[in-house]
Design a protein around this ligand. Structure first.
Ligand SMILES: [Zn+2]
Length: 306
């Protein structure tokens, strides 16, 4: 959300984790205990040789076989929800049952200088969300800024200061536009949220390296995201004209919050953990009442920073 120097971040991934053939992380793949014992190294090698035969055979068979239905990614439904100042399409991809009532919106990039979340929205295209929930993946709400590598859109407006809640005129790096919703990208986001009413909206930024607990949003869900992704939480002073503040105020009972990723690109392990965090929230909102029943962070009593 703010251009602030990066901080160190525990990845939350054990050193023993390895990556499987499809890019997923397989936790806890330690060496065979016998291999650490000098007296039984030969035994360990023999065991590995015997294990290697079926593993290689299975790998070859898997590679040769056509993809089975369960291996195929679910069909993706793309939709243009608006166009940018420079006429680039703004696309949303639905993953999961398009008739599912509960929706989780995930936005990869709103500030063009903070693109790390795109790796997460890309990874989420390859999963099947829990029944009853669909994911709305919006890679770039600011396609012009993402193409040019600028924080603002093509007119230099910071889209995350351009929403109606507590909007005020700002210039410089936080240029908020001539009025609230002056920008086509902001209007496209508002129309999408109005129409879809996502139970949860997650907006990725960089590079403060924490989950920002948004007043008015569901505390349990935001903390769940932090726990599963291995991030810490923080509460920052409310900012004028941000999309999560507008969403949380306009749709009480729904959750919208910012995940401040660390600086630079996310490692494959980090992408894995963030993908898992999104899925944990998708499962949590599936329950009757879902995101609505749990305690919400009171706008009047912001918690202290952690
Ligand atoms: Zn940002």
């Amino acid at each position: 959300m703010w251009p602030v120097p990066p901080r160190s971040h525990p990845s939350g991934v054990a050193a023993d984790d390895i990556r499987s053939a499809n890019g997923d992380i397989v936790p806890g793949s330690r060496p065979h205990p016998a291999a650490r014992d000098g007296g039984t190294i030969r035994h360990a090698l023999r065991v590995r040789t015997w294990l290697a035969v079926p593993i290689v055979a299975l790998t070859l068979l898997t590679a040769a076989a056509p993809a089975r239905a369960s291996d195929s990614p679910p069909p993706l439904r793309g939709e243009v929800i608006g166009r940018s100042v420079q006429d680039r399409p703004i696309r949303v991809v639905r993953v999961g049952d398009p008739d599912a009532r509960r929706k989780v919106l995930v936005v990869g990039c709103i500030h063009g200088t903070e693109p790390a979340g795109l790796a997460i929205t890309r990874a989420l295209r390859r999963i099947a969300p829990p029944a009853g929930v669909q994911l709305l993946l919006l890679d770039r709400i600011n396609p012009d800024g993402c193409a040019a590598g600028t924080r603002g859109n093509a007119r230099g407006v910071d889209l995350n200061r351009n929403f109606p809640r507590a909007w005020r005129p700002l210039d410089g790096v936080f240029e908020s536009g001539p009025r609230a919703l002056s920008e086509p990208e902001s209007r496209a986001a508002r129309a999408l949220i109005r129409r879809e009413r996502p139970s949860v909206s997650i907006w990725y930024h960089q590079a403060l390296n924490w989950v920002d607990l948004q007043p008015g949003s569901n505390l349990r869900l935001m903390r769940m995201y932090a726990r599963v992704s291995g991030m810490r939480t923080a509460v920052t002073p409310p900012l004028p004209g941000t999309v999560v503040r507008w969403t949380a105020h306009t749709y009480p009972g729904r959750t919208a919050f910012v995940v401040e990723l660390p600086a630079g690109r996310l490692s494959p392990a980090a992408v894995f953990h963030h993908r898992r965090a999104v899925l944990a929230l998708a499962r949590a909102v599936r329950a009757p009442g879902g995101a609505r029943t749990a305690r919400h962070l009171s706008p009047a009593s912001p918690a202290r920073r952690r």
